[in-house]
Design a protein around this ligand. Structure first.
Ligand SMILES: Cc1ncc(C[n+]2csc(CCOP(=O)(O)OP(=O)(O)O)c2C)c(N)n1
Ligand SMILES: [Mg+2]
Length: 531
């Protein structure tokens, strides 16, 4: 059978990528120009070498890929056809760039002779993502007179070394000329060549800090367990955001917002902040960065870029130690204050109780996803310190793609169990506002192989974007204008929405209905009435 050069390249490229770069998931949206990649991806998936997820909307697909990459900590491949399809990846690519998530974007393109001449579906795809991709490989169209198998292997070596140099998304813009595909060669029968990629160990910079300065550790998005370890080693209170991966252990001061807000004696004594990740949620913490009396030491983030909002960080380091014994009394006082200022939960269905029930229902088998806006801030105020996987797109904190991201995370969670030969017992619970859910309503659609997930989309419906009520403009313009310009109430019927996409639907109107709803398995949209 004749082998199209496009297919030889695509089959060898994907077989090597899957075989060597730890790719376990490929996301694909349909298109003509990308067909050789689609055929090869399907061959690999049928042979059980990779999981393939097909989506109709590239924007949604890219956010799901982001979710899967976040939760598996492995690179995920995304395949699109040319033109606006590529542009639809942009929101998720930006988020991935700002949170260091490894996506490998395979964007099919027209060959050189069709660019710049008005050919259908042709635009400049090489510069489309700007610096949100650390590298763009411009792969010319495969041809019969070149060893395409070798060229494909070389391309995989290039991506592997680019990935070892920097996190975040990488783009392969691959031109294809007709014939665009053939059924041969079969990607599943191609043995991946072993890869030799040199990894350069970066130099570690240490800070030796004065042990006497009263210090707190701030853990923002992407902080991870290192923040907990440091806090516990030196007896420092830990202010950890919900999606920091560090909100657990005895050093976590869960009521830090209230304690800072009240400006109690302890808050006034803080002399140093050590920052992990990207903290964005509370005004109280941001105010500390701007306080001239407080020194800031930033631990370099491998994922979330440089953090120094007040432009006054004293040092950027990789590891921290101290020069003397630390005073563990400092921590004891913070813990006592935290207990004294415990949050008083009401008996009604409100945001705080919604967060509380969400955390009560979830354990180590489960995942929590928090949308942007008010509910994640509520979680920052009242969520307990508990070692569970909590995710949020805090790279850019968009309200977009939240259902899709949660779906990608649920897919990773589901696979974790099936890879260990057991039925999935974990539930992914995604909590978001009503506008956030509606922004991504199209992501309720997905293909049959992905339908068998335990995924809850929990919508805190308060009739629009109520976070804007806290803006000064809310009190300076009239109510009607505020409602139309900012709050943007909507009147979508969530029951019909769930029904249209084949999801279960539960409406929660009273607090006692919430806990049982959160035990629902399968795919369910839970609408919680907050007004
Ligand atoms: C893509 C995107 N567009 C706009 C915004 C600005 N924005 C921040 S919060 C918000 C409203 C969110 O409303 P909802 O999801 O209902 O949450 P609530 O504030 O009511 O809790 C908007 C539009 C954003 N963050 N991302
Ligand atoms: Mg709302």
């Amino acid at each position: 059978m004749t082998q199209a050069p496009a297919q030889v390249f695509a089959a060898n490229f994907l077989a090597n990528l899957v075989g060597t770069v730890e790719v376990r998931h490929i996301y694909l949206a349909p298109g003509s120009r990308s067909q050789a990649l689609a055929v090869a991806a399907e061959q690999l998936a049928s042979a059980g070498k990779v999981k393939l997820h097909v989506r109709i909307d590239e924007r949604s697909m890219a956010f799901s890929a982001l979710g899967t990459a976040l939760a598996t900590q492995t690179p995920v491949v995304v395949i699109t056809t040319s033109g606006t399809a590529v542009a639809n990846l942009h929101p998720a690519v930006l988020e991935a760039h700002h949170s260091g998530v490894p996506l490998i974007l395979l964007t099919a393109d027209r060959p050189e002779e069709l660019r710049g001449v008005g050919a259908n579906q042709t635009t400049d795809q090489l510069n489309i993502f700007g610096n949100a991709v650390s590298v763009v490989f411009d792969v010319s169209a495969p041809t019969a007179d070149v060893d395409e198998a070798k060229r494909a292997r070389d391309a995989v070596i290039a991506v592997a070394s680019a990935m070892s140099e920097a996190g975040g998304p990488k783009q392969f813009n691959i031109a294809f000329r007709e014939p665009l595909s053939s059924s041969d060669p079969d990607a599943a029968s191609i043995e991946a060549a072993p890869l030799e990629v040199e990894t350069i160990e970066p130099e570690i910079e240490w800070a030796v800090l004065d042990a006497k300065v009263p210090t707190v550790v701030i853990a923002g998005a992407g902080a991870g367990e290192d923040a907990v370890e440091l806090a516990e080693s030196f007896g420092w209170p830990l202010f950890a955001e919900p999606s920091s991966g560090a909100r657990f252990g005895l050093n976590a001061i869960v009521g830090y917002r209230r304690l800072l807000q009240n400006q109690n004696d302890l808050a006034k004594q803080i002399g140093r902040l050590i920052v992990f990740g990207k903290p964005t949620l509370s005004r109280q913490v941001t105010a500390l960065f701007f306080d001239e009396k407080i020194e800031t030491v930033v631990v370099r983030s491998k994922t979330h870029g440089l953090f120094d909002v007040a432009r006054r960080a004293a040092q950027f380091v990789d590891e921290i130690t101290v020069d003397d014994e630390v005073d563990f009394e400092w921590l004891a006082r913070w813990r006592a204050a935290d207990q004294e200022n415990e949050f008083n939960f009401s008996e009604t269905l409100d945001r705080a109780n919604l967060v509380r029930e969400l955390y009560l229902a979830s354990d180590q088998n489960d995942c929590i996803v928090l949308g942007a806006s008010r509910l994640i801030r509520e979680a920052d105020s009242v969520a307990p310190a508990k070692p569970i996987a909590v995710f949020a797109n805090r790279g850019l904190a968009g309200i977009d793609g939240t259902i899709a991201t949660a779906t990608g995370i649920a897919i990773a969670n589901h696979d974790f169990f099936s890879d260990h030969g057991v039925e999935s017992i974990g539930i992914t619970r995604a909590l978001m506002g009503d506008l956030t859910a509606l922004h991504d309503a199209g992501s309720l659609a997905f293909d049959q192989p992905d339908a068998d997930l335990n995924l809850q989309i929990i919508v805190g419906n308060d009739g629009g974007g109520t976070i804007f009520e806290t803006l000064e403009i809310a009190s300076t313009i009239d109510d009607q204008a505020f409602d139309r310009l900012f709050r943007t109430r909507q009147n979508v019927d969530f029951w019909h929405l769930a029904e249209a996409y084949g999801w279960q639907y539960i409406r929660v109107e009273r607090l006692e209905q919430l806990a049982p709803a959160l035990q629902t398995r399968g795919r369910v949209l839970i609408e919680v009435l907050l007004y």
